[in-house]
Structures are given as C-alpha cells and as structure tokens.
Design a protein around this ligand. Structure first.
Ligand code: AMP
Length: 410
C-alpha cells in the first residue's frame, strides 16, 4: 500500500515526501487508521518499526483543525535521546503544517524551553522529570491536551518513572485520546495500560521476540578472555557499525579506550557524560566518525541509527526485555543485522530465559583460531537440541510473529 491511501491533508503529504517514506511500515498500516479515527491504541512494537510516524502523522492531521497556541498533544518518552528523536520526526513531518513542536528534558537549560512554551506550541515531547518541574512551576498548561502518547512505556517503568507518569496523567483532561507503546508487556505495564486506555485497538508488530531480521549467536568465553575475544571478533567480522553493550558505566568507560588502542574508531556512551557529550557520541556514530559505540543500556535508549550491522553484548543483559531492547538496535527498517553475545558460565540461567522467549536455542559459536586456552569447558560450546520449555511464568504475548517471515517485507 502507499501513504496516499490514508486521508492525509496535502500539507502532511508534503512532510511524508520530504522524508522520502513511500510505503507505510506494518505498524503504520495498522495503527494510523485507528489513531485517525480517534481511538485509543495499545501498540506493542519496538523502536525500529516506524512507530514514531505511526502516531505523529495522525496527530498532525488532528491538530490541523482547532486552536493553535495550546499544548494539545503530549508525548512522553523515557530518555532525552528518544524525546529529541521524536521531536525531530514531528518537525520534519509537520514542516508545512505550521504546528509547533518542542522537546522538554533535563540536563539542558530550562530557559529556551520556557521561552518556547510562552510563544505557544501544540506538541510537547517530554521526559517525565523535567516535565514535572515545569508543571510544578506552573510553566506549562496541560489543560488543553487532547492526545497523550506514552512511548516505550515498559522502559519508563524499568527506569522507575511510573510514579511520575501517574502524577502527570492525573493532571491531564480525562477526555482525551491515549496512545500507549511498549516493546514488552510485563504485568505492571499491562495494569497501567488497562487503567488509562479506553476500549483500545491493539496493534502488535514483532511482539516480544527480538526483530526477526536479526540472527543471533552466543560466544562462550571466560571473564578474563572477554576483551581479547571481542577484539578478535571485531577483526574477523565484516562489521559495519557496531553497538557494544556493557553492564556498567565503568565497564563502558574502560572498554572504549581498549578498543581505541586496537585501532578502532570508538566512542563511549554512558550516564556519566553530559547531554552534550552524549549527543556528540551519537551524532559521530551516525555520521560514520565512529564505527563502534560502547554503551550502557539506559544511555543507548532511543539511538536512531538505522544502519547498525552488529549488536554485541559484551555483558549479558540483566533481563530478557533488556536483551530484546538491545537487539532492537540492529535489524531496523530495511536492514538485517547480527547479534553476538559473549557468555560466561555465570550467564547460563539468563541465556536459558532468553532462549525460552525466542522459542529456539541460540547458536553457540567458537571463533576459529582464537586461543581459548583452558578457559572455557567444552560443554559450553554444545548446542542444545531445543529451547528450554516454557513455564507458567514465561510471558506469552498473544498472536506473536515468532517463527514467521524471516525478513520484514517493507
Ligand atoms: P522508529 O521505529 O519510529 O524509530 O523508526 C525507525 C526508522 O525507520 C527511522 O529511521 C525512520 O526514519 C524509518 N522509517 C519510519 N517509517 C518509515 C517508512 N514508512 N519508510 C521508510 N522508513 C521509515
């Protein structure tokens, strides 16, 4: 199908042409008609599926009619990077509509945000903390909000924002349209969705299992030999842009210089950096100044770099959801990717949980010619015949796409 099949105003079509989208992605095909019809939507989709435009386009269409100068659409996102990315998409798609959009997040001066609010805006894309600051100071009037979007709601929950979200929602008009997006639906998120959505249409893309354009592999190794294996892996693999995840800021800080010494063009991305430094790292990665970005989970949220060829989990993530989110960074729209995970004996249980959700064992690989010494017992390379069985505790989303279509078709 084409975007022309949606009843968008010509000013919005101009925005779509300017970003050169021709075919709506599956989430856009499914969600846009519901959002245009004014329905609440529960979207189960991860970043990389095109979900931003799926809500921005119909919101812009809605805002063309009605008063200007009030905050009529509020979009809440967990990280500054994601908020900024959504803001940029709204600006690009809305360039001919006259609809004004701003982003609001901490770590930068409040002054430009306050000035923009005073001038009048229709769309606000905000992180919860700074938004609450402005609300408490009486600097933002949310009494005209007609559409609320919660983006990456599951991640907001992980990051402890749920009480803030509840406080914000309590201050919004009850009569409104609510769009709720999450990549995963743990119980707490399901409860929040049930509470704030009214007869929602559910759209689900790719579900909880990591995007199926990604192939996965495990590399058993000991802690001591991890760095050497990573360096060897990078040397042997025809990698494009590589995003490497570490468990802690400290490990990101120490791994980046090591890789630099190995001749890699590398930047680190973690929570101890200023907003400016983080933006520089992300922009440098996007522009190709760096081939490797070493990041922690939280810092990496919302990175919109479409051509990431490899995600490498230098450390296994703490939760299955975090694995899904990390892997969602590669294999984004139109691309295929590979996900390598370095695993030690201590990671066995987490790997079993991940395989349970994937529904299939992940391939164990040994790097040819790498000197493992005595460091990894042979049985760690053995391939399990089947994924561990599901238990009553395994989260099972309805109608998920696992096992179907090897590639996205758009
Ligand atoms: P998102 O999931 O919203 O972060 O989008 C992921 C990437 O897909 C972004 O780089 C978008 O610019 C791109 N994208 C979104 N919609 C389309 C589309 N219909 N056609 C091509 N690319 C798209």
């Amino acid at each position: 199908m084409s975007f022309n099949e949606f009843p968008f105003d010509r000013r919005i079509r101009a925005g779509i042409s300017s970003v050169r989208y021709t075919t709506p992605t599956p989430i856009q095909q499914q969600a846009i008609p519901h959002v245009l019809a004014g329905r609440d939507v529960l979207g189960i989709a991860q970043t990389g599926t095109g979900k931003t435009a799926a809500f921005i386009l119909p919101i812009l269409q809605h805002l063309l009619a009605g008063p200007r100068g009030h905050v009529r659409a509020l979009i809440i996102a967990p990280t500054r990077e994601l908020a900024e990315q959504i803001n940029q998409v709204a600006i690009a798609l809305g360039k001919d509509t006259g609809v004004r959009t701003i982003s609001i997040y901490g770590g930068v001066s409040k002054r430009p945000q306050l000035a923009a609010l005073r001038r009048g805006v229709e769309i606000v894309v905000a992180c919860p903390g700074r938004l609450l600051d402005h609300m408490t100071a009486g600097a933002i009037d949310l009494s005209h909000v007609e559409v609320l979007v919660l983006d990456e709601a599951d991640r907001m929950c992980d990051m402890g924002f749920l009480p803030d979200i509840r406080r914000i929602i309590r201050r919004l008009p009850v009569e409104r349209q609510t769009l709720f997006f999450a990549a995963t639906m743990p119980a707490e998120i399901r409860a929040l969705a049930d509470k704030i959505l009214r007869h929602p249409a559910t759209v689900q893309i790719g579900a909880i299992a990591p995007v199926n354009t990604v192939s996965h592999a495990l590399y058993p190794i000991s802690n001591e030999r991890k760095k050497a294996l990573l360096a060897a892996l990078l040397n042997r693999t025809a990698t494009g842009r590589v995003l490497i995840f570490t468990r802690t800021k400290y490990r990101a800080r120490s791994l980046a210089p090591y890789l630099k010494k190995q001749g890699r063009r590398v930047a680190a991305l973690h929570g101890d950096m200023t907003q400016n430094q983080r933006q520089k790292a992300i922009t440098g990665f996007r522009d190709g100044r760096y081939d490797v970005l070493v990041a922690t989970d939280i810092a990496a949220r919302g990175i919109d770099v479409t051509a990431i060829s490899h995600v490498i989990n230098y450390d296994v993530p703490d939760t299955v959801d975090a694995y899904t989110h990390r892997i969602g960074r590669t294999g984004r729209a139109h691309h295929t990717g590979e996900a390598f995970t370095l695993v030690t004996y201590a990671d066995t249980l987490m790997i079993r949980s991940i395989e349970r959700v994937l529904g299939t064992p992940i391939e164990r690989r040994r790097l040819d010619g790498f000197d493992y010494g005595e460091s990894v017992p042979e049985y760690q390379f053995a391939q399990p015949a089947a994924a561990p069985r599901r238990t009553s505790k395994t989260y099972r989303p309805r109608g998920r796409l696992r096992g179907r279509a090897a590639k996205a078709t758009w």
